[in-house]
Design a protein around this ligand. Sequence first.
Ligand SMILES: [Zn+2]
Length: 449
Amino acid sequence: MPHIPLTPIESWIHEKIGGESGLLTREALTRYQMGALQATVDFALKNVPFYQKKLAPFSEKRITSPSDLLALPFTEAEDIRRAPLQFIGVSQGEIARAVTLKTSGTTASPKRIFFTEEDLELTVDYFAHAMADFVTPGRRVLIFMPGPQPESIGQLIRRGLGRMGVKGIVAGPVTDPSQAADLINDHEPECLIGIPTQMLQLARREGIRARCQERIKNVILSADYVPCAITRAIETAWNCSVFNHYGMTEMGYAGGVECHAGHGYHFREADLYIEIIDPASGDPVQDGEMGEVVFTTLTRKGMPLIRYRTGDLARFLKGRCPCDTILKRMAPVSGRRQGAVSLKNGALLTLADLDEALFSVPDLLNYHAKITRIREGETLTIAFFSVSSDRESNRHAVHEAVSQIQIIQDALFQGALTLSIEEEQNAPCATTGMIKRTLTDQRESGPLV
Ligand SMILES: [Zn+2]
């Protein structure tokens, strides 16, 4: 087995928490985290109106071990939607960036997330260290992430790379694949950073695939959830390595990234404390068991979040990573707490089921799914985009792939479901941006779980 280098996140954390000489130990990191958790709670009680109310009954409790944290209540996405300004821990003049997050396919009010300049610096510092695994000083990186504003994610990555002597070019989300290919040709980047479905589009378009082959060494896919089928398709098309980065705006964009072992994400554990809980009971689950990802910010001032429920489902991996870090590692997110639809026969269909099946179809670029009910019958409609112009064979391939999902196969066999497959004409590039794929329940009393 080839030697797997230790994730650079570990030595960065060691330095950040003022570790003694020698190697970082799990005990030293846990000690630091408990102190930082207590400091976050103290700060929130003093400065953050939402937590002044919410945590008042717990103000005498001290956090000295992970189990002490379990007494504290969760923060829900809905809490932020309802009153985002109540989460601000500094004067409004200190807010350097406010982000509005819309949830596609729902009428819910958007979430607003706030950062100070110092908060954003923490993210830049993370990129300046975590990216060392994938880039070489003197080389270039094309960043297909939002970027025009000075404090946007694309610019934060560029600033981080700059500190390592790497030139980052912020290209923004892909709106025109051939233009993106021109940029790749012109800049000859060693590494691309982008949104999974958009990088898939570059890898699957014939002309672009060929022009990029043998040029790109690493691709970093940044999202809360990356289907394995997309990772495989990009690796095969470009003969490159694909690494997944897990993060969300609420985390300060960055959460964690895979090391060269490709066995789970390592988190920036000096800035984030991650828990995995049983979504129904709220109790912690054992390492290795699936649950909902919950995090607490340890160093943020603009908008500290305590035990924030992400809605993402994942599990901590047991045992040590082949890179030999003492950091935890989390398996890729496998779906969303609210991303499943209960079919008439009681089976649960998830977006992850559809993703793995559909992105395995060779020419497929993206899709939307919805479930509707007319009288007693339920229909699952898949509207997809493909690079191939053979419409009949596209439809057939998508139908085949969806019918292979066990839950759907059973429902079709029982007569509980019909499938409707439609090909969309408009290329998804121009419209998707950062908007996520959706599985929408349009039944009148749709039992969304
Ligand atoms: Zn590792």
